[in-house]
Design a protein around this ligand. Structure first.
Ligand code: ADP
Ligand code: MG
Length: 687
């Protein structure tokens, strides 16, 4: 297909430009067409402003004027520049052309009518000033032909002109052949623009109304195909296999409950009732357990695992990191082993004889509960009777990974997805499709709220003096840093650098551990084990510790470069402390003096509700920040915005449900998926 051809087949794109395009993730003509102009960045040549109407906000604007005078000057730093004064009937503007822009002067003369495009700012005198300007002699016919022009995100030496020229060529190809990418009936029913017209108008809109309609179509297309994919995945998982109907809670469960070192909170009790009754039903459970950090999800999962075992089956729990797997193993062994349940670990670092033993036990059914990482989805892992699949901190797993694990059972196993990432309802709907949701609000009793403080650099010494006091009192602390290696681009101090600084400075003589993603897994385990046992007092780490680590003796969390973190993420980090009845602290350290940043950080002080913080994050930073494709394993959305387009999302979901219920319609979706320029959506279908 033409859209799978490399962009170098277009005129004007050689290896150098191709490399620049590659940096924008564009290699094929289809990729190019899929790269939509930045939102709100279209330049409207069809409506010229008067000088008076230009707004001095630094945005790119276009106007027509007459050159009143021009001259070249030298700045104080001896740079030469040209200043062109232009006027129309409403006022004056000064256009500045610097070094490499000065070539434009050749074509210009005083008294000439010109078309000016540039960034408009307040000028020194009464006039407005225009920089980054393109000044062209005025030609009526040319301007009429220009219409509304797109602007694209650039890289390297690419210019808007390069981009537009490539895009025009690609659209020519599309005009010859462009199969639909939505079922025809849907396009009719929803009055959506045909694909070609939508594509033309998203890049070179004939009018703003057509641009709106083009956006509408692509937003719908993305959300609809995404929902179809999720529903298909869901149907495939259920496909053909029987669900398992568990009996009511019996003696084993009773025993496990009595073994718990605490009574369940009402929130845990409620969630457990929902899970237990799902498991007793004939339909396989598909439940999302959302609970704020520290709300006690592990205990609830232990009961579910015990229930599977009580009914003669196996259960497994998959977590994203070795560290977390180790901790869950310890917790689940504590809860389950006294009741006679066998619990084993399977991760990349379980090797040799031990691995063979565990694998054999899983196959024979003598291992009843397995805690593991991605290692669980490998082909060698064969369960005898897998009835329950729990994934913890699910947003780190892809849809396909979950499917692989679920498909390791001869039945349709029950699925419990646990997440500490507070996901607003609308997002849960998209990301998880039609999972049922249990929500655990609040924390187990006896916890003191964590005191959150926000400081700038000059308080660093006092903060670390406070840390030393906590350690002298027998407690432990975390320092979290945003980066692993030094980087000139980002000012944040790398974790290694901070480790060096602290161990040689403020924390001299105190045992500190260093933890980051680049360590080998045995090294990580060791560092973590040392911190859990209290051998090291301070753990200096990247966000590796974000997920699930539980050290109740830790009472202080310092977040370095706090401005670089999302609110929800900081909330997760903060949840690592405050896990005992001792007063805990979270200190946000920033070198930023940007008032907006500081205001954002202040939200952390006032708010300890992870769900509210997640909503705020979405408001402030957009969905992409919170749920990048890498995190939730779903395709990137190019144009739809889950927050803004909630209504479309809900409608797309209903329509997708109808489609999936009708064989002929579904076949049509399968057919149009092949016409997409990329495999974002077919990947969910055919994972
Ligand atoms: P999360 O939901 O973040 O995974 P955990 O399951 O790690 O939370 O639980 C956090 C801490 O709270 C653990 O130390 C656990 O032992 C404790 N905990 C859990 N449930 C209760 C409860 N009902 N009462 C008291 N402490 C509890
Ligand atoms: Mg947890």
């Amino acid at each position: 297909m033409w859209w799978q051809e490399p962009i170098t087949t277009l005129k004007g794109i050689g290896p150098k430009k191709a490399a620049d395009f590659f940096n924008l993730n564009i290699t094929t003509i289809g990729d190019l067409l899929n790269t939509f102009p930045r939102q709100g960045s279209y330049l409207d040549y069809s409506q010229l402003l008067s000088i008076k109407e230009l707004s001095t906000d630094g945005s790119n604007q276009i106007f027509r004027a007459e050159i009143a005078n021009m001259f070249s000057r030298r700045s104080a730093h001896n740079h030469s520049y040209a200043k062109i004064t232009v006027r129309d009937s409403t006022g004056y503007a000064e256009v500045y052309l610097f070094a490499h822009q000065k070539f434009q002067l050749k074509r210009l003369e005083v008294g000439q009518e010109v078309l000016i495009l540039g960034k408009v700012l307040p000028g020194r005198s009464a006039a407005k000033s225009v920089t980054s300007a393109q000044v062209q002699p005025w030609k009526d016919e040319q301007v009429q032909g220009l219409g509304i022009l797109p602007t694209y995100s650039l890289s390297g030496n690419l210019t808007q002109a390069n981009f537009r020229s490539a895009m025009r060529q690609a659209l020519k190809l599309a005009q010859q052949e462009l199969p639909e990418s939505l079922p025809a009936e849907l396009c009719r029913q929803k009055h959506l623009l045909p694909r070609l017209q939508a594509l033309e108008n998203i890049h070179f809109p004939q009018s703003f109304e057509l641009l709106r309609q083009a956006r509408e179509r692509f937003v719908f297309e993305e959300l609809y195909l995404l929902q179809c994919g999720l529903l298909y995945y869901r149907s495939k998982v259920k496909d053909g296999r029987q669900g398992i109907k568990h009996g009511p809670d019996g003696a084993l469960l009773q025993q496990v409950r009595q073994n718990l070192p605490f009574a369940l909170t009402p929130a845990q009790e409620q969630a457990w009732q929902e899970i237990s009754s799902d498991m007793q039903g004939k339909q396989p459970m598909h439940r999302l357990l959302q609970g704020d950090v520290g709300s006690g999800k592990t205990a609830v999962s232990a009961l579910a695992l015990a229930k599977a075992v009580e009914n003669g089956y196996q259960g497994c729990i998959m977590v994203p990191t070795e560290i977390l797997a180790g901790q869950h193993l310890a917790t689940l062994q504590e809860f389950l082993v006294p009741a006679g349940i066998t619990v084993e670990l399977l991760t990349g670092s379980v090797t040799g004889k031990k691995r063979a033993e565990v694998l054999a036990g899983i196959a024979a059914g003598t291992v009843q509960v397995v805690v593991g990482t991605h290692a669980l989805i490998q082909d060698q892992v064969v369960f005898k009777d897998l009835a329950l699949v729990v994934t913890d901190e699910q947003h780190r797993f892809g849809v396909e990974q979950r499917a692989k694990l679920v498909n390791k059972s001869n039945f349709a196993p029950d699925v419990l997805v646990m997440t500490a990432t507070p996901i607003p309802r609308t997002l849960a709907l998209t990301v998880y499709g039609d999972l049922d949701i249990s929500l655990m609000k609040g924390l187990p009793p006896g916890r003191k709220p964590i005191k959150t403080l926000c400081y700038t650099e000059e308080k660093r010494q006092e903060i670390y003096a406070g840390m030393v006091r906590q350690i002298q009192a027998g407690y432990q602390a975390y320092v979290v840093c945003p980066l692993i290696e030094e980087s000139e681009m980002v000012e944040a101090k790398s974790v290694k650098e901070i480790y060096e600084d602290l161990t040689q400075g403020y924390l001299h003589g105190i045992a500190c551990g260093l933890l980051h993603g680049r360590l080998k897994s045995e090294e990580k385990e060791q560092v973590m084990a040392d911190f859990v046992s209290g051998k090291t007092k301070v753990l200096i780490a990247t966000t590796v510790i974000e997920v699930g680590v539980n050290v109740p003796n830790a009472t202080l969390m310092v977040i370095e470069g706090a401005d670089r973190f999302g609110l929800a993420q900081m909330h997760q980090l903060r949840g690592r402390v405050g896990r005992s009845d001792r007063q805990s602290y979270c200190v946000l350290l920033t070198s930023s003096d940007n008032p907006e940043t500081l205001e954002r950080l202040q939200i952390m002080r006032a708010c300890s509700d992870g769900f509210l913080l997640a909503e705020k994050d979405l408001e402030l930073r957009g969905a992409g920040q919170l749920f990048g494709a890498r995190q939730h394993g779903l395709p990137d959305l190019h144009i739809a915005d889950i927050l803004r387009d909630t209504d479309v999302l809900v409608e797309a979901r209903h329509l997708a449900q109808a489609t999936m219920a009708d064989k002929a319609q579904f076949q049509e979706v399968e057919a149009v998926l092949k016409n997409q320029f990329d495999s974002r959506f077919s990947n969910i279908f055919y994972a």
